[in-house]
Design a protein. Structure first.
Length: 231
């Protein structure tokens, strides 16, 4: 197993995806390779964050449907109380409408949270798949980032302690081939580790760039790259 091949095992080692023989050979190499030590430190932190990124159990698939069905009901299920004085019909109607609105707002908020958690989980699974792909290459991407590219061209960016984008701006990734950049997705900085899979494949010889663009992103880069690497 050559040195270049051992370099390519860094991502798989960070996710504990090597067999016993590969692990032993890689650890012998790791003890003397500063490049792999630096890459492993970044990817290990990302792998740990991916394990705990979404807390809590998976919501049952029927929950969202039940909530929205209740919110759309024309009349709330209210048991009327009959005190010695009667509640005017107009007041009762206002209370019923207010209750229905409150339920609809709550249902919409919960539905959005469920969608957000699912999107985070999907993104983490995609990043983990790229990092664990056999033969994936890890390239330095600025002082605090790594670009991981699989043999099939799937790619992920992993940053540690990425500063938030400027107000009104978002980070946008680009894949440039023959000098023509294609938008590859926008993303926001996370607290400790920011990991995102690119929307475009990265062929051999292409470049990956990251700029800050006006939210929600643009079709062509309007600003100079903050990060870049060539495959």
């Amino acid at each position: 197993m050559g040195t270049d091949t051992l370099h390519d095992l860094t991502a798989a080692y960070a996710l504990d995806a090597l067999d016993e023989n590969e692990r032993q050979r890689y650890e012998e190499h790791l003890a003397h390779c500063e490049q792999c030590q630096d890459e492993l430190g970044s990817l290990s932190e990302a792998a740990t964050a991916l394990s705990f990124g979404v807390a809590g159990p998976e919501p049952p698939p029927q929950l969202r449907a039940r909530i929205l069905e209740r919110a759309r009901a024309e009349r709330p299920n209210v048991v009327a109380l009959r005190p010695r004085w009667a509640v005017p019909a107009a007041v009762a109607a206002v209370v019923a409408v207010a209750a229905a609105i409150a339920l609809a707002v709550w249902a919409s908020s919960l539905s959005n949270k469920i969608d957000s958690l699912q999107a985070q989980r999907d993104q983490q699974e995609r990043v983990a798949a790229v990092l664990a792909s056999p033969g994936a290459r890890t390239l330095p991407f600025g002082k605090n980032g790594s670009l991981v590219v699989t043999r099939g061209g799937d790619a992920a960016l992993v940053f540690t302690r990425l500063a938030p984008a400027e107000q009104g701006m978002t980070y946008e990734a680009w894949v440039a081939e023959n000098g023509k950049p294609k938008p590859a997705g926008t993303f926001e900085a996370s607290d400790n580790v920011t990991a995102v899979v690119l929307d475009e494949p990265v062929p051999s010889g292409a470049s990956v760039l990251v700029t800050q663009e006006r939210a929600p992103g643009t079709e062509a880069p309007q600003h100079k790259p903050i990060y870049s690497a060539s495959t």
